[in-house]
Write a protein that binds this ligand. Sequence first.
Ligand code: FAD
Length: 376
Amino acid sequence: MSSLKKIKNKKILIVGAGPVGCTVAQILSKKSFKIRIIDSRNHIAGNCYDYKNEHGVLVHKYGPHYFRTNSKKILKYLSQFTKWIPGKYFVNAYVDKQYFDFPINLNTINKFFKKNLTSKQAKKFLQKISIKNKKKKNFETFLKSRIGKKLYENFYKNYTIKQWGIKPNFISESIAKRIPIRLDKKKDYIEANYKFMPKYGFTKMFKKMILHKNISLNLNRKYKFSNKDLKKYNFILYTGPIDAFFNYKYGRLGWRSLRFKFETYKKKYHQHCLQINFPNDYKFTRKVEYKHVTMQKSKYTTISKEFPKSSGDPYYPISTKKDKKVLKIYQRYQNEYEKRNLFFAGRLAEYKYINTDQAIEIGINTANKIIKKNIN
Ligand SMILES: Cc1cc2nc3c(=O)[nH]c(=O)nc-3n(C[C@H](O)[C@H](O)[C@H](O)COP(=O)(O)OP(=O)(O)OC[C@H]3O[C@@H](n4cnc5c(N)ncnc54)[C@H](O)[C@@H]3O)c2cc1C
């Protein structure tokens, strides 16, 4: 039998219409799989969902999404479904009633310390003010060893406490290692080979991906696993939370959540740049004005304020030692299911923070895994 015949009309259930689910559906639809996607929400695109609000302003429901990737392959893949506009991601931090470039760069250092250092001098200066602590290794000690007490306390300490709800000395230094400290004047929030936003928004891009006669979509439907589904479908892809799949049998995994407060103003722009971080003032962490990245023309503008909280929708995995232990147990069972053609993929199922380009890559790899398994 030819490999294509083997695939024809095979049924797959995809739980979750997020980036991973949509990518897998798109690739398998071209291979004649019959695909059913279900999502508990009333929309597709997962956390990348964007929509026009009552004033016609395009906003991101689950927090701002700035698309970037280092992978030409991912950009090429997504370019089948969207045109792009340049991603201009500029961020400021509001400290002591002043705006500073963020992440910290040469301008930030000079303005904060009222100096006029060159890159070389700034390097020496940071070395002079840095505080080494060889005994303790955590978020706080790592940053202090790079930028000293003053910059750490003004730009990172309180932001981190707000964001995670715990003291920074309880946070792993691996998170601090990802923070760029620049000695040039580059203002880009993110460094990546390709920084673009989908011209008509993320939701439209994902909608185009799953527009195919082989794909059916059921929204507002929460999936609960039943063994019967292993008979009903040749394959299942689950992109929901791993602990929920197993009915929290071995415990719940910890997530940090967010509340978004949207405000609309009848004016072209409300703030001077895309995102302003508030490490020391207010209960919210950042204020984002979407029009700076969507480039939308409108007489209205909408901003969102982000309030971190400990319960609610899962956004950032906390990954304590206990979480890691519980995750390992679920992963053991997960492997057993994979042998029975039930796959787990995506940020919720893998319990890890991933950017959208990584989610697309996971989707491409998972689809290829399913195709390979079906042929063998
Ligand atoms: C605040 C925030 C900001 C972010 N900013 C960026 C950014 O700037 N740039 C970037 O590249 N990435 C960003 N991301 C990451 C991006 O959101 C993720 O990479 C992407 O959404 C992951 O895709 P996914 O398919 O794995 O999961 P999701 O997008 O979470 O999709 C999973 C879907 O599964 C559904 N589901 C779950 N359980 C069930 C169930 N039992 N039954 C039915 N449906 C179910 C959910 O409703 C959801 O729609 C950000 C994430 C957050 C939290």
